[in-house]
Design a protein around this ligand. Structure first.
Ligand code: ADP
Length: 506
């Protein structure tokens, strides 16, 4: 028996029933066959075994879904629904998801290889919270009133105002690293603002989105408001981006694909938000509390197996504490227990796919060839599972590929520094700008780094923590626009201005 593979017989009956059932697109409130028989195999990365198939959607499936979303936006009951009623639907969705949390977590762990506690906390519980958070916004979308002073009409009586209206039909494309979580980041603000949406989940991890479609139907969300089409990026994803009846694209994924999407969206004058790659620095100053810093920085890179756009993949440590910090993080990396996602004593599962494993191992090889010193890890485990041991490279040089490029795996590149101005320059010397952290007890230095890091989010004495009310987005090649918080509402609405001529005293 392969002890590194998930034991699927430990799954709940409902999870097993879902995995065994045929999967279909969810369009206009119905589960429907794809336009062709072509399917995408869904693989359990702990074993390499296929656990199901989903339709490989094409342009015709996307067209059906976008037309349904367009109809639901233009003429369905959705348009006329009050904010309070949309709020109630979001709360109902949250309750349904919460009630079935263990099943969603199991399905996500089988499909993505991430351990149950992680899929439960990051995919399921955070999604429940986000649906509730966004439910609150449904009744709080406001414009402004303006008292005009129109210069060429002295004496006339005007009144000015702005309305925030839903942008319309949203096309959402999500990655495989936090599958349900990313889907809900797109679905919740669309529902709160009165938009409609077509979601194309990552081809590697489509299952929880399809399972969520059951809840959409059960909660009573009107037909066509949320649609889900599975399939590959170059076919289904590209067809969604190109669809002329779409008003906005919300994309999370690689910088390479994000650039294509941004170009296409700009050409069509569609709204777009892009949440892309990262190569986030973590800077440990001489005065940092190492009791907090060592485990915190280890989590900063190894959380979610390093498969995170905000992973702290470049660590800069002051020379006075360098040896201690590197040894401490290496010890944590060494002790992380790798194993199947469904086993309760596992601390880290495999990477999401054989492709990703190969990619990460390729980067590790390049680090070795370019002369970085490997402190721990760098290898895989025997067997078909897509495992990569947590890896720490020390004494890295700025031009190495492991320092320049996003690896999206459990690989940390550590360098030492002496001077804060020098480390700031090196930390900012990247084409990405998603996250950055500084570890220090000195409030003034912390503040200086907050001001001077070129990144969308800065953390102090922690790394990678996100809150649903705090906007999240990148600068430089890490993207444009924000998700979460009030910014998500702003990005799903557009401003309309109105000027009323009033006839005089009543
Ligand atoms: P990764 O390399 O991590 O898989 P991608 O950016 O390729 O990241 O994938 C993220 C999402 O973008 C997935 O849902 C994928 O199917 C989709 N995608 C990939 N290529 C395209 C494309 N050309 N147009 C639209 N979507 C795409």
């Amino acid at each position: 028996m392969n002890t590194l593979a998930n034991d699927l017989s430990t799954l709940s009956q409902s999870s097993r029933a879902f995995l065994g059932a045929p999967h279909q697109h969810f369009i206009n409130g119905q589960f429907v066959e794809g336009s062709t028989d072509e399917a995408v195999a869904v693989v359990d990365p702990t074993s390499g075994e296929t656990v199901g198939h989903v339709p490989a959607g094409d342009a015709r499936d996307i067209d059906r879904a976008v037309k349904a979303a367009r109809r639901a936006f233009e003429s369905g009951p959705w348009r006329k629904m009050r904010g309070a009623d949309r709020e109630r639907l979001l709360l109902r969705l949250a309750d349904l998801l919460e009630a079935q949390a263990p099943e969603f977590s199991e399905i996500e762990s089988v499909n993505s290889g991430r351990i149950l506690s992680a899929t439960r906390a990051i995919d399921v519980d955070l999604s429940v919270s986000y649906l509730r958070y966004m439910a609150g916004w449904a009744t709080k979308i406001t414009g402004q009133t303006i008292e005009p002073s129109i210069p060429y009409a002295p004496g006339a009586n005007f009144f000015g105002m702005t309305l925030r209206e839903p942008v319309g039909v949203v096309g959402a494309i999500t990655p495989w690293n936090v599958p349900l979580g990313q889907a809900i980041w797109k679905i919740a603000p669309a529902l709160a603002t009165g938009c409609t949406l077509v979601l194309k989940p990552a081809e590697q991890t489509p299952l929880t989105a399809l399972r969520f479609a059951w809840l959409i139907a059960e909660a009573g969300i009107p037909d066509g408001v949320i649609n889900i089409v599975t399939g590959y990026g170059q076919t289904a994803g590209a067809a969604l981006v190109a669809h002329p009846e779409l008003d906005k694209i919300s994309f999370t994924g690689s910088t390479r694909v994000g650039r294509l999407i941004g170009e296409a969206a700009a050409r069509d004058m569609k709204h777009f938000t892009l949440e892309l790659g990262g190569k986030s620095p973590m800077v440990v100053l001489e005065d940092a509390d190492l009791e907090v810093t060592i485990p915190g920085a280890a989590m900063g890179i190894f959380a979610n197996h390093g498969q995170s756009c905000i992973a702290g993949s470049r660590l800069f440590v002051h020379e006075a504490v360098y040896d201690k910090v590197v040894a401490g993080i290496a010890r944590i990396a060494q002790d992380i227990k790798l194993g199947p996602a469904l086993s309760l004593d596992t601390q880290m599962g495999p990477l999401v796919s054989a492709t990703q494993q190969k990619r990460v191992l390729g980067y590790i090889q390049s680090g070795r060839e370019e002369g970085a010193e490997i402190v721990v890890g760098g290898t895989t485990l025997e067997g078909p599972g897509c495992y990569v041991r947590p890896t720490v490279f020390a004494n890295v040089k700025p031009d190495m590929r492991i320092v320049q490029e996003e690896i999206f795996g459990p690989v940390l590149a550590v360098a030492r520094f002496k001077d804060v101005n020098d480390v700031l320059r090196r930390a900012n010397d990247t084409r990405y700008g998603l996250g950055a952290s500084v570890w220090t007890r000195d409030l003034n230095k912390a503040h200086w780094f907050i001001r001077n890091f070129r990144a969308g989010t800065v953390w102090v004495n922690t790394h990678g923590v996100l809150d649903l009310a705090v906007p999240f987005g990148g600068i430089k090649q890490s993207g444009t626009g924000h998700e979460l918080g009030e910014e998500a509402i702003r990005h799903h609405t557009q401003l309309k201005s109105a000027i009323l001529a009033l006839s005089g005293p009543v």
